[in-house]
Design a protein around this ligand. Structure first.
Ligand SMILES: Cc1cc2nc3c(=O)[nH]c(=O)nc-3n(C[C@H](O)[C@H](O)[C@H](O)COP(=O)(O)O)c2cc1C
Length: 191
């Protein structure tokens, strides 16, 4: 009971831990609200950001909302001997990437691990929720669509993008899903 597809029995743990990856999209500000909802739900939340994401929202925002340190540079000297991205990967009951840029999606699909977020994701055995966010051209690009299919085939939970006004001024498909829908996708995995 409670064991998810990747063999993680979330019922055995008092407080589920969500590792939230935030990448360099204009939708990064919405991840702050996602963290707030998760903390309100009494989950432990650890945020890992790409360096690009820190240009949109500061780590201080996520650190304050999550009440936990934020990881940006996986090559920083950690407080313990354990590399930070491995510690995060091992602790995660669910890894959610929201917003997930076209770039991070491509890295996930191809197994790249050159920043804290993608290194954590590659090491992580927990269920993966991906909420893409990008311009309509990036979203429609066959490379992106192939990456989506790759991740889906590997069992990642893809949260459908929305359609409408995009930050670039265009109208089209590629908006990050509503925060409530991303929260629901994670909640379903936490149980
Ligand atoms: C204002 C602005 C908004 C952007 N929004 C997005 C976005 O929503 N999705 C995306 O894939 N890239 C977006 N980009 C481009 C990414 O920031 C860029 O590809 C970056 O290298 C991504 O880094 P990361 O994937 O390591 O976070 C945006 C760039 C700018 C300047």
């Amino acid at each position: 009971m409670g064991a998810n597809a990747r063999g993680c029995d979330v019922n055995k743990r008092k407080t589920p831990e969500i590792v939230l990856g935030v990448s360099g999209s204009i939708a990064a500000y919405k991840a702050a609200e996602l963290v707030r909802l998760m903390v309100k739900r009494q989950w432990r939340v650890s945020v890992v950001m790409t360096p690009s994401a820190t240009r949109f929202v500061t780590p201080l925002t996520f650190q304050t909302l999550s009440r936990n340190p934020v990881v940006v540079d996986h090559l920083d000297v950690p407080e313990t001997w354990m590399p930070e991205h491995i510690a995060l990967a091992d602790r995660a009951d669910v890894l959610a990437v929201a917003p997930c840029t076209a770039n991070v999606l491509a890295k996930l699909a191809h197994g790249l691990a050159d920043d804290a977020l993608t290194a954590t994701a590659l090491a992580c055995r927990a269920p993966l929720v991906i909420a893409p966010a990008m311009n309509d051209g990036m979203w429609a690009n066959p490379a992106t669509q192939a990456n989506v299919e790759t991740m889906r085939a590997r069992g990642a939970h893809m949260v459908a993008v929305g359609s409408g006004d995009l930050a670039c001024g265009r109208v089209g498909e590629g908006r990050m899903a509503e925060v409530a829908d991303i929260f629901a996708a994670v909640e379903q995995l936490v149980g």
